[in-house]
Design a protein around this ligand. Structure first.
Ligand SMILES: [Fe+2]
Ligand SMILES: [Fe+2]
Length: 271
C-alpha cells in the first residue's frame, strides 16, 4: 500500500482514472507532418521486419480495449478505458500514415474477430503490453541515441512510447482495483485467470521472439542499433527507461513489477 491511498478504494479508482485522463495528449494523426528522409534512413525504415505485426497488433488491441470499456459499469472507469482504446486506434492510424508516407507496403490482413470473452482478451492484451513496452522503451532509447532513425522521426513516435507507459500503469492499477472490488470467494478465480493470462502471454512472446530470432530483430534488435551492446547493457537500458517513463506519474499509484523483476533477475545471472 502506498502512503495516503488505499489500493482498491474509491480514491484509488479516481486517481488512476484521473491521472490517465489528465495526461492524455490530444493530437490528430491527419495533421502531423512527416520529415523528409535521406536514402539510407528510408531504406532502414523500409526493411524493418515488424510493420505488418505492428499495424495488426495495434488495431486488434484497440478493438479489445474498446470492447472492455463497454463492459465497465463505472462511468469514470469506462471513460478512461475508452480513452485507452482511442489511443490504441491512434497508434494504428499513426503507423498506417507512416507506411503511406514512406511507401512501405504490408500484406493486407483481415481484422481478427473479437474473442467471445472480452475480459480475458483484455487481460491477455494488457499483459502483452507489459512485456512489449518494457523492451520497446529500451529499443526506442537505443534507436534514438545511435541515430538509427533521424531525430524528427523519433520525435514523432515519442508520444506513442509514453502512451504505452501510461497504458501499463493504468492496467496494473485497474487490476488491483478490480481485485479489491471482487468478493473474497471469487478472488481465487480472478487470480487463476490472471496467472493464466500472464503465462499464456509470456509463452506467446517467447515463441514470437524465437521465431523472430531467425530474422534477427527481436532477439538481436538492440544489436541493429548498437553493435557492441551486450544483452546485459540492453536490459539495464530497458530498466532505466522503464523507471524514467513511469516516474512521471503520481507516486501513490502502483507500478508494473512483473517484467522489471524478471529483467533484474536476468541481470543477476547474465555475465
Ligand atoms: Fe499501442
Ligand atoms: Fe497500449
Amino acid at each position: 500500500m502506498k502512503p495516503d491511498l488505499t489500493i482498491g478504494s474509491t480514491a484509488h479508482k479516481e486517481l488512476l482514472c484521473r491521472e490517465f485522463i489528465d495526461t492524455h495528449e490530444p493530437y490528430e494523426v491527419a495533421t502531423l507532418r512527416w520529415p523528409e528522409l535521406d536514402t539510407s534512413s528510408l531504406e532502414r525504415l523500409q526493411t524493418l521486419p515488424f510493420w505488418d505485426e505492428a499495424v495488426s497488433t495495434e488495431h486488434a488491441t484497440a478493438a479489445k480495449v474498446k470492447a472492455q470499456a463497454a463492459l465497465e459499469h463505472d462511468a469514470l472507469m469506462r471513460q478512461a478505458v475508452a480513452l485507452q482504446g482511442y489511443e490504441e486506434e491512434r497508434h494504428s492510424a499513426l503507423i498506417n500514415a507512416l507506411l503511406t508516407q514512406y511507401q512501405i507496403t504490408v500484406p493486407p490482413r483481415p481484422p481478427a474477430p473479437l474473442p467471445p470473452n472480452i475480459e480475458w482478451a483484455f487481460l491477455r492484451t494488457e499483459y502483452g503490453e507489459c512485456f512489449d513496452s518494457f523492451f520497446a522503451f529500451g529499443l526506442f532509447a537505443l534507436a534514438k541515441d545511435s541515430g538509427f532513425f533521424p531525430p524528427a522521426l523519433v520525435t514523432r513516435f515519442e508520444p506513442v512510447m509514453q502512451e504505452e507507459a501510461r497504458h501499463i500503469l493504468f492496467f496494473v492499477n485497474w487490476l488491483a482495483y478490480r481485485r479489491a472490488q471482487t468478493p473474497l470467494w471469487r478472488r481465487p478465480e480472478l487470480l487463476l485467470r490472471r496467472l493464466l493470462a500472464m503465462t499464456v502471454q509470456a509463452w506467446s512472446r517467447l515463441q514470437t521472439a524465437r521465431g523472430m530470432a531467425t530474422d534477427d530483430f527481436t532477439m538481436k534488435g538492440h544489436e541493429s542499433f548498437s553493435a557492441d551492446l551486450s544483452p546485459r547493457d540492453f536490459l539495464h537500458r530497458c530498466l532505466q527507461e522503464n523507471e524514467r517513463r513511469l516516474s512521471q506519474y503520481d507516486r501513490r499509484l502502483l507500478r508494473p513489477r512483473l517484467v522489471p523483476t524478471i529483467a533484474q533477475t536476468l541481470l543477476r545471472v547474465l555475465r
